[in-house]
Write a protein that binds this ligand. Structure first.
Ligand code: SF4
Length: 388
């Protein structure tokens, strides 16, 4: 059995769009990052807590504590995992209460969606089933990008797989999907009817058939290419970005706001692509391979103590005042929250925390945050008038 399906659920947003990516990625190793290790550890803890809550007979408190003790010894452990996984458990408890009667709770369930995508399977973090509703809940420990549950292909594939498995035992009418991403304070929820899900399944079948055979098209894009293993060397992405960066045709003296909007969109992936290409070229040069015009060199380095304790002792012996050698500074708000724990922090110090408006930033129109301007709104203008 393969560890990962070629048409995996977590990469579905990629192969559904850029159907040729699945076969192209095959030739690149599936490396794991520190963030992925952290994520795996947090998932193990999250699953154990939920299992202990819903399936105490199989997974007692003693077993849970034993496991936590072991997890704490892992190099990727962080104390804040405890609070974040509690948030996941709390969400599932509430979601289960929303069912008219107690739902069946399946954890880390392998779901087979091979009816839709050849050899397709994945592991759903949590499935709640009952009263005609199938609820897929996914725990995300990442804090890079906020993930939305709306029409999320990964969760939708899990839902298709779960429906295939349980449709005989449980009549399903409604589908719910949730993403719990506590490090970004993101809880995203979405729902559709079974008919809508199955309709999407037909689209999946057609795209997956192409992806499986390595047919269809390359469709580069910022989102699509972000985690593709071929992203540094893929010619389609390379050509696309070079085109965006240089192929701008005749230059008028001034660009219009419409053109600026279009170009910002077109250039989105260029900088990221350049970074990916630089990282790949560096690894090639370090491996002794040639990338014409480029070489690996030693980067800038910063001086460091060989023995800081010894150096400070010597400085003090030479009449350097200890006070000038140390600075006392408070931890940042986020650091304090991390050491105290999210819940306790909110209870003790929450009243001292405020969130000023963020620095204006450019975002796509589709962004959920409301648009802001520097223009005074009418109400504010009248307030101003009142004062004068
Ligand atoms: S890098 Fe982008 S365009 Fe190339 S195969 Fe991967 S997803 Fe497709």
């Amino acid at each position: 059995m393969m560890a990962h399906a070629l048409l995996g659920a977590s990469s579905a947003h990629r192969w559904l769009h850029c159907t040729k990516s699945a076969r192209l990625e095959e030739q690149f190793p599936d490396t794991t990052s520190d963030a992925a290790k952290e994520g795996t550890l947090a998932h193990t803890l999250a699953e154990a807590k939920v299992r202990n809550y819903f399936h105490k007979a199989d997974f007692s408190k003693r077993k849970l504590n034993g496991l936590i003790k072991k997890l704490r010894e892992d190099a990727s452990w962080q104390d804040e995992m405890d609070g974040y996984t509690d948030e996941y458990l709390d969400y599932i408890k509430e979601a289960a209460l929303a069912f008219g009667s107690e739902p069946s709770v399946m954890l880390e369930k392998r779901v087979d969606y091979s009816v839709y995508a050849p050899e397709g399977f994945g592991t759903a973090d949590c499935i709640l089933l009952g009263g005609g509703t199938l609820h897929i809940i996914d725990f995300k420990y990442g804090k890079g990008v906020c993930v939305s549950a709306e029409e999320n292909p990964q969760l939708s594939l899990y839902a298709l797989g779960a429906h295939e498995t349980y449709k005989i035992l449980y009549p399903i009418k409604d589908i719910k999907m949730s993403i719990v991403q506590p490090r970004l304070d993101n809880i995203s929820e979405w729902g559709c009817s079974l008919q809508e899900l199955l309709g999407w399944g037909e689209y999946v079948q057609a795209r997956a058939a192409l992806a499986w055979k390595g047919e269809g098209e390359y469709l580069p894009g910022e989102e699509t290419c972000r985690f593709c293993r071929a992203r540094s060397q893929c010619r389609a992405r390379s050509d696309y970005n070079v085109k965006q960066a240089f192929d701008i045709g005749e230059l008028p003296p001034l660009i219009t706001p419409e053109e600026a909007g279009e170009r910002l969109k077109a250039l989105e992936d260029v900088v990221k692509y350049q970074k990916d290409l630089q990282a790949w070229a560096l690894s090639e040069c370090l491996a002794g391979n040639k990338v014409p015009g480029w070489k690996a060199v030693e980067g800038r380095s910063v001086r460091e103590w060989t023995d800081q304790e010894g150096a400070f002792k010597k400085l003090k012996e030479n009449d350097i005042d200890e006070a000038v050698l140390y600075e006392k500074k408070p931890l940042t708000l986020a650091q304090v929250e991390k050491v105290v724990g999210k819940k306790e922090f909110a209870e003790i110090a929450g009243g001292y925390v405020t969130k000023p408006p963020g620095k204006p930033a450019l975002a796509k129109e589709s962004d959920k945050r409301p648009a802001i301007t520097n223009k005074m709104i009418a109400e504010e203008a009248f307030k101003e008038d009142d004062r004068t």
